[in-house]
Design a protein around this ligand. Structure first.
Ligand SMILES: [Zn+2]
Length: 248
């Protein structure tokens, strides 16, 4: 009970196995990952319908399973982490190997993950292939210990922001409502202008706009500053990789 769960179900998992169900409702992987991490490797390989049922729990932090005679609610406040290849062969955009996939193949592959689901994921990041000599060399960088310190400090700022520990209201920036975003995400004028331009040029949805602000709030918390600046907004926009028409 003292360790946060990490669940990594295989992509052949059934809808009931993932979200819960069966005739006598049982918790699924999303509930077993409550207060922890749900990792879905090779996201497009999951059944599309199975993925779609994640949308509501991602919003609510719980899942409701209705049966003819009863309704059961399980907690499901998990952090979704997913990985996918850029195309079926995996070499799209790799400078060292050429990708053999056709445009329709890439489109079909990416199309297995719906826009509304991607919209609910805060950070989209590309992990370029790492050359072997860099994998094997020990290079100076941020250690896990240093990262942990930075995360804990940012969490402290959030705890101070949201209050009394009564359990009411959000516990983290990711859970801020639109109203709380307006209250807590103060931007300097340049940051404001950058976000406005990004919404217009990249066609970000209202939900993506709010996500950019929540993530920018977290980046500025990591910097230990109160006002969100241009650099924070621009980093957060860069994490909306899959909103842009990258795959067309
Ligand atoms: Zn390919």
């Amino acid at each position: 009970m003292a360790t946060r769960p990490f669940r990594a179900p295989h992509h052949t998992i059934s809808e009931a196995g993932l979200v819960g169900g069966r005739s006598i409702p049982m918790p699924g992987e999303i509930s077993l990952a409550h207060n922890g991490v749900l990792f879905l490797d090779e996201l497009p390989e999951f059944n599309r319908r199975t993925l779609e049922v994640l949308r509501q729990p991602l919003e609510d932090g719980s899942v409701t399973i209705s049966r003819a005679r009863s309704t059961t609610r399980f907690p499901a406040d998990f952090m979704l982490v997913a990985a996918l290849n850029p195309c079926p062969c995996g070499y799209r955009g790799d400078p060292r190997r050429s990708c053999q996939c056709t445009a329709p193949q890439v489109e079909k592959y990416m199309g297995k993950v719906s826009g509304p689901l991607l919209d609910r994921i805060d950070i989209h990041l590309e992990g370029p292939a790492v050359p072997f000599r860099e994998l094997s060399a020990s290079r100076p960088g941020t250690s896990s210990g240093q990262m942990r310190e930075a995360v804990l400090a940012a969490r402290m700022r959030q705890a101070a922001r949201f209050g009394d520990g009564s359990g009411r209201g959000p516990r983290s920036n990711a859970r801020m409502s639109s109203r709380e975003i307006r209250e807590h995400c103060r931007m300097d004028p340049a940051a404001c202008e950058l976000l406005r331009a990004a919404v217009a040029d990249l066609g970000l949805s209202a939900r993506a706009h709010d996500k950019v602000l929540r993530v920018a709030r977290t980046i500025s918390d990591l910097d230990a500053v109160d006002t969100i600046s241009c650099a924070h907004v621009s980093e957060a926009i860069n994490y909306r990789l899959l909103d842009r028409s990258l795959w067309q």
